[in-house]
Ligand binder design. Structure first.
Ligand code: NAD
Ligand code: TYD
Length: 353
């Protein structure tokens, strides 16, 4: 039986955050889960329709860049823990507007750290600030090797530079003020409720609508893909059993070159849409590369497996199939999120496609 706790989850209306909120609200009825989200273009309360009526769930609309609002929230709820996911998260958007990333990802994180430090000044027993980060802070790999928890930081995009900076602040608050913290760095996630500007949902949506599939460069970049519900499960384990002050890498040892993944996706979509095999792949269009595009990410998640026993639950092909089914079955969700601001972004980013 878990004791009563009040946990702040930031960014809970986003892709990964909504899965974490759902898991915690359902699994821990004795906890009160407060979801703080600004509801930017990426935040969508429709992601949480199935749990929003539950008595242990509360939503607070707020901006983490507003320091006073963060202090007030900590006074109002007396949080025992924070799981911090709120962020600007898309590399391409960070190239268009780096300052927004510095404000949310760096200043916003420091505001939350300050609010936690003040609220927990008397006693840090049972308290924890869990910062959710990315493998992109480690930079880019060549053909071989993996990122481990001791790999030196080498961020190369405005997004990864802002996340790296926030990680440094979290560690600095532990070292300087004794704040109890834990950090995890995860590889690329895929699954339901991902905003369709990231590779997999974007391409599912475009294939469905017979629109071009804009592959950056030669498509020979490599990413390491993890099913989002496995990430949420890892966050649960690390929150409850992780050693304070430690970092855990999260990944499924599942590397794919973009073009191979895209061909697999096209094949699944042909089958689901009853198209002749090879039809969807004809939509592949090579476009101008992303500036400073990181070549390869690959996570070594041995520490998390050996110390805390976590491992992914799904093979990639199975997860991708489930993901495709979800987007095809949730047409209305897709329509709602692909209207409005998203269309302006799409035009700017893919002007020539
Ligand atoms: P997302 O963009 O889908 O969601 C981010 C959420 O944060 C949205 O709900 C948005 O409204 C909210 N938000 C943004 N700015 C805010 C602000 N100023 N105040 C309050 N809320 C704000 O992102 P995601 O893919 O779910 O990523 C969540 C976290 O996980 C991020 O910290 C990201 O760096 C990290 N991460 C993501 C991945 C991935 O593959 N998506 C991989 C590893 C780590
Ligand atoms: P993305 O989902 O943006 O994640 P990240 O850049 O954080 O890894 O992109 C995954 C990979 O797919 C990355 O190598 C860039 C590539 N990509 C394309 O080729 N075309 C696209 O339209 C997008 C969005 C991404």
């Amino acid at each position: 039986m878990h004791s009563m706790k009040t946990i702040l989850i930031t960014g809970g209306a986003g892709f990964i955050g909504s899965h974490v909120v759902r898991l915690f609200v359902n699994k821990y009825p004795a906890y009160t889960i407060v979801n703080l989200d600004k509801l930017t273009y990426a935040g969508n309360l429709e992601n949480l329709k199935d749990i929003e009526q539950l008595p242990n769930y509360i939503f607070e609309k707020a901006d983490i860049v507003d320091a006073e609002a963060m202090r007030e929230l900590f006074k109002k709820y007396h949080f025992d823990g924070v799981i911090h996911l709120a962020a600007e998260s898309h590399v391409d958007r960070s190239i268009l507007n780096p300052l927004e990333f510095i404000m949310t990802n760096v200043v916003g994180t420091v505001n939350l750290l300050n609010a936690a430090k003040e609220a927990w000044a008397e006693n840090t027993d049972g308290k924890l600030f869990y910062h959710v980060s990315t493998d992109e802070v480690y930079g880019s790999l060549g053909e071989t090797g993996f990122f481990t928890e001791t790999t030196a930081y080498d961020p190369r995009s405005p997004y990864s530079a802002s996340k790296a900076s926030s990680d440094h602040f979290v560690r600095a608050y532990e070292n300087t003020y004794g704040l109890p913290v834990v950090i995890s760095n995860c590889s690329n996630n895929y699954g339901s409720y991902q905003f369709p500007e990231k590779l997999i949902p974007l391409f599912i949506n475009n294939i469905k609508n017979n629109k071009p599939l804009p592959v950056y460069g030669k498509g020979d970049y490599t990413r390491d893909w993890l099913f989002v519900e496995d990430h949420a499960a890892a966050i649960d384990v690390i929150y409850h059993e992780g050693k304070h002050g430690e970092t855990y890498n999260i990944g499924g040892f599942n590397e794919w070159q973009n073009i191979d993944l895209i061909h697999l996706l096209c094949k699944i979509m042909d089958r689901k849409l009853s198209r002749v095999e090879g039809t969807s792949a004809q939509l592949i269009t090579y476009v101008k590369d992303r500036p400073g595009h990181d070549k390869r990410y690959a996570i070594d998640a041995t520490k998390l497996n050996t110390e805390l026993g976590w491992k992914p639950s799904l093979q990639f092909e199975e997860g991708l199939e489930k993901t495709v089914d979800w987007y095809l079955e949730n047409e209305e969700w897709l329509q709602h999120v692909t209207s409005g601001e998203y269309l302006n972004y799409y035009k700017k980013q893919y002007d020539t496609v």
